[in-house]
Ligand binder design. Structure first.
Ligand code: DP6
Length: 323
């Protein structure tokens, strides 16, 4: 019972930002994302009585204790559900276009949830897979599904999971501007914790999420890419504003990120339906029509090296690979 399982990464259009329960990863707010074709993780798990500890091999390299910790949260839950005690060997390959810095815990932990439960002989519903992925990394709960997914925050382990919203089989895509930056990272885990605990702007963030989410779902149902992008951009700016009020303050923006945001505004002035979003790092992600990806890439290549511009379209949900 050991198969490769593939999960694609997702980018939030309404961000998950802040935890109500850190151990179970119950979020403070609902979030909504688009799963993408361009980035994914393949993972295989083998429970083996002859192992005397869990092992994680990522892109061919045996990982140390730190990386293993997140993985073991999921493995332990699977062992508990399946009533087994053997250690596991986890093999994982990240498929990320050459430009670095885009490896994602969303696809990684979703693929792990799929592969580990499969290897243990459990056949979980999508809802239960989403809950399992969630305890590894919150955003992974949404990567169980293709297209748009909403993570309903819930209030405990049973009620916090993602659901599919729309298969995104229409004219929407994303263009990544990969920004290289040597600045020391604040992980999303640390960033959201610090913001919840210390930023006076955090309450402001929470107040408008539900309204943005309602409007976002309506725009998705109308296949209105301009409004989807507009709400996503506004929501991302509000999330990023909270970090400036934290103690100590921080930002994920670099000078290059701001240059990219400005380029997006210029394209909008020219009449393109394009907006941006950003996560816990300096990369800028454009929300646009899939049919305009090539043209936007060409226009942006006047300002950014083409190797830093990556096109993405809606991607599929978690699936077992048959090779
Ligand atoms: C800014 O899911 O990586 O990308 O739950 O602590 O593992 P943990 O955090 P993670 O955070 C993602 C934060 C975000 C917004 C989002 O994806 O919704």
């Amino acid at each position: 019972m050991s198969s490769w399982v593939r999960a694609h990464t997702n980018i939030a259009l309404i961000k998950y930002w802040g935890k109500e329960n850190e151990e179970l990863i119950i979020p403070m707010n609902h979030s909504l994302s688009l799963t993408l074709d361009a980035f994914y993780t393949d993972t295989k798990v083998l429970f083996d009585d002859s192992l005397n500890q869990d092992e994680l091999v990522l892109d061919g390299v045996l990982q140390g204790h730190e990386s293993l910790k997140k993985v073991q949260v999921v493995l332990n839950r699977v062992r508990e559900m399946a009533g087994i005690s053997s250690h596991a060997r986890v093999e994982s390959i990240n498929h990320v276009p050459t430009a670095a810095g885009l490896a994602s815990s969303a696809s990684g932990l979703a693929a792990l949830a799929g592969a580990a439960s499969h290897a243990a002989g459990l056949s979980l519903s999508e809802k239960d897979l989403s809950r399992l992925a969630r305890i590894g990394s919150g955003s992974a709960s949404r990567s169980i599904y293709g297209g748009f997914a909403e993570w309903i925050k819930g209030y405990d382990d049973k009620t916090s999971f993602a659901v599919p919203v729309d298969d995104a089989d229409w004219d929407i895509g994303m263009l990544f501007i990969v920004v290289n930056d040597a600045k020391k990272d604040v992980s999303s885990r640390e960033g959201m914790r610090r913001t919840v605990e210390t930023s006076p702007f955090y309450d402001g963030w929470l107040q408008t999420v539900d309204g943005d989410l309602t409007n976002m779902k309506e725009a998705i149902s109308k296949r209105d890419v301009y409004t989807v992008g507009e709400i996503a951009e506004r929501s991302a700016l509000k999330m990023h504003a909270t970090t400036l009020g934290a103690i100590p303050p921080f930002t994920y923006w670099s000078a290059e990120s701001m240059k990219a945001m400005d380029a997006v505004r210029q394209l909008r002035k020219k009449g393109y339906a394009v907006h941006f979003t950003m996560d816990a790092g300096p990369n800028v992600k454009l929300i646009c029509k899939a049919s305009e990806l090539a043209e936007l890439k060409r226009l942006l290549s006047e300002h950014f090296d083409t190797s830093r511009l990556i096109e993405a379209r809606p991607g599929p949900g978690l699936h077992v690979l048959t090779r």
